[in-house]
Design a binder for this molecule. Structure first.
Ligand SMILES: [Fe+2]
Ligand SMILES: [Fe+2]
Length: 145
């Protein structure tokens, strides 16, 4: 396959994926119509919002190949790196908080509270991992720094 064909295939797969994200928005909405339970509604709302974000991200990747390519330069990153480093500290504090609260909860079964706290912990870990990966991008751009 040529690189142009690979790119076209990637775009077509991303568009298929966007249709699935749209189906996810509809499907979570159906669950929300059927329940008033605040926890179940919250879970569906989170997934629905994430699906919308995923759709936008997929569009960003598609546009970068079809409309306007973008690159990440050392200047782009260094202009905000100090602030991002500060933010990484905030994310680490949230992970510590979640672990501290979960560590103090001695429940034998998965309670709704533990279920939500575990989700929060995973989400905070994800934020941290995202920024740490950005640091790796920065290192790859400045291989000798
Ligand atoms: Fe998704
Ligand atoms: Fe966070």
């Amino acid at each position: 396959m040529t690189s142009k064909e690979m790119q076209e295939q990637m775009v077509s797969n991303l568009k298929r994926w966007q249709k699935i994200e749209n189906a996810s928005v509809v499907s979570t909405g159906k669950v929300m119509e059927k329940t008033d339970h605040p926890l179940l509604r919250m879970v569906m709302e989170i997934i629905q919002r994430d699906s919308q974000t995923h759709y936008h991200l997929q569009q960003m990747i598609i546009d970068s190949m079809e409309v306007k390519p973008f690159s990440l330069t050392p200047e782009d990153i260094s202009a905000v790196w100090d602030l991002i480093e500060n933010h990484i500290e905030i994310e680490k504090s949230t992970i510590e908080m979640a672990n501290e609260i979960l560590g103090n909860m001695k429940a034998k079964y998965l309670t709704p509270q533990i279920y939500l706290l575990r989700y929060l912990l995973k989400d905070e870990e994800k934020h941290n991992a995202m920024l740490e990966a950005l640091e790796q991008v920065k290192k790859d751009i400045y291989p000798y720094a």
